[in-house]
Design a protein around this ligand. Structure first.
Ligand code: FAD
Length: 299
C-alpha cells in the first residue's frame, strides 16, 4: 500500500521493550499501531538484563517484521553469553530477516552500577561485540553513546575512544543515553567530532511519564536532572493530568531546541506508550502517512 505523506525533514526512531504479559503485549501493539503511521526509520526492541528477554525480544522483533511494514532493530548484549551464544542469537535474527542490531555490552547481573564481569568465553565490551557481529554477517549496527559519560568511565577520553573503536569496527550510528540539557549533548557531539567520529550521534529522548522513576533511573545511569526540570514537576506527585501536560511541554521544548540547533534525527524511548511520543512527533512536524486508497477511488 503506498502513502501520500510528504517527506519530512526529520527522522525518528522508536524504542520498545518486550512485554512480559498478555496485557502488556496488547498495550505494546496498540502503541506500535499508533506510532507506525509516523513512518519511523526503524523501531528497536530492547534486550533484558542478562539476556533474560532473549525469546521475548526475538518474538517481538519477528512479529514486527511479519505484521508491519516497520524496519526492526534488535538490541543484543554480551551479558552472560559466550561468543557462540551471541552468534546463535544473531544468526537467528539474520535468518528471520533482521538486518539491524543495536550492539551493547549490557550491565552487570547485579544491576545498573554493579561491576561488570565479562563471561569467560564472551565479549568484554561492545567494541568486541561489534567486531564479532560484523564478522558474522553484514548487519547495520547501532551502538550507545553517553553525553554525560558512562557511569563506569573515569573520563570522557576513555568513553570517546571506545566509541571510536566501535565505529572503526563497523557501527554506523550511535544513539545517546537520555539527557535533559541540550548544551551537554552539543558539547559531547563537538568532542566526538574532534576525535574524528563522523557517524550520526542520535539524541535519545525520554518523555517523562513518571518524574520520580526517571529521576531514580537518571541517578543509576549518570544522566543529570537539572534543577529547573525538578522544579517543573514539584508538587505534582498526586496530579497525573497536570504532570502529563508538563511532560509534553518539557519534551516539546527539548526537541524543538535540538531541531533549532540543526538536529534532524531523534530516537524516542517510548516506554511502550504512544500518547506523548505521538504528540511530540506532531509538534516536530511529522504527520501520519495517509493511504492512497481514498484518492485512488476518487480519481
Ligand atoms: P560499552 O560501549 O562497551 O562500554 C561502556 C563503558 O564501559 C565505557 O564507556 C567504559 O566506561 C567501560 N568500558 C568498557 N570497556 C572498557 C575497557 N576496555 N576499558 C575501560 N573501560 C571500559 N542495556 C541492556 O541490558 N539492554 C538493552 O537493550 C540496552 N539498550 C540500550 C540502548 C541505548 C541507546 C543505550 C545508551 C543503553 C542501552 N543499554 C541497554 C544500557 C547499556 O547496556 C549500559 O549502559 C551498559 O552499562 C554499557 O553498555 P555499552 O554497550 O554502552 O558498553
Amino acid at each position: 500500500m503506498s502513502t501520500t505523506a510528504e517527506k519530512p525533514d526529520i527522522a525518528v526512531s522508536f524504542e520498545f521493550f518486550p512485554p512480559k504479559s498478555e496485557r502488556m503485549e496488547e498495550n505494546l501493539w496498540r502503541s506500535i499501531e499508533r506510532l507506525a503511521p509516523l513512518s519511523p526509520s526503524f523501531v528497536s526492541v530492547t534486550y533484558g538484563a542478562g539476556g533474560s528477554t532473549r525469546e521475548r525480544t526475538h518474538h517481538t522483533v519477528k512479529r514486527i517484521l511479519e505484521e508491519t511494514a516497520l524496519v526492526p532493530a534488535a538490541h543484543l548484549t554480551c551479558v552472560d553469553a559466550t561468543r557462540e551464544d551471541v552468534a546463535e542469537v544473531a544468526e537467528a535474527y539474520w535468518n528471520t530477516g533482521v538486518r539491524h542490531l543495536v550492539a551493547l555490552r549490557g550491565d552487570s547481573q547485579a544491576g545498573v552500577g554493579g561491576a561488570y564481569v565479562a563471561h569467560e568465553g564472551g565479549y568484554r565490551n561492545a567494541v568486541e561485540l561489534v567486531a564479532g557481529l560484523k564478522a558474522l554477517r553484514d548487519f547495520e549496527i547501532s551502538v550507545s553513546a553517553y553525553p554525560e559519560k558512562h557511569p563506569e568511565s573515569s573520563d570522557f577520553a576513555t568513553d570517546i575512544d571506545l566509541l571510536k573503536r566501535k565505529v572503526d569496527n563497523g557501527a554506523t550510528r550511535a544513539i545517546t543515553q537520555f539527557f535533559f540539557d541540550n548544551d551537554v549533548y552539543e558539547r559531547f557531539v563537538e568532542r566526538v567530532r574532534r576525535a574524528g567520529i563522523y557517524v550520526p550521534i542520535v539524541p535519545g529522548i525520554v518523555p517523562i511519564h513518571d518524574f520520580t522513576k526517571v529521576a531514580r533511573f537518571s541517578k543509576a545511569t549518570g544522566a543529570s536532572i537539572p534543577d529547573w526540570l525538578a522544579k517543573r514537576f514539584e508538587g505534582l506527585e498526586e496530579d497525573e493530568q497536570t504532570r502529563a501536560h508538563v511532560a509534553a511541554a518539557v519534551c516539546a521544548e527539548q526537541v524543538l531546541d535540538l531541531k533549532a540547533r540543526g538536529i534532524s534525527d531523534f530516537h524516542f524511548y517510548t516506554m511502550n506508550r504512544a500518547d506523548l511520543v505521538y504528540s511530540i512527533c506532531h509538534i516536530l512536524g511529522l504527520r501520519a502517512a495517509r493511504s492512497d486508497t481514498r484518492s485512488a477511488a476518487a480519481a
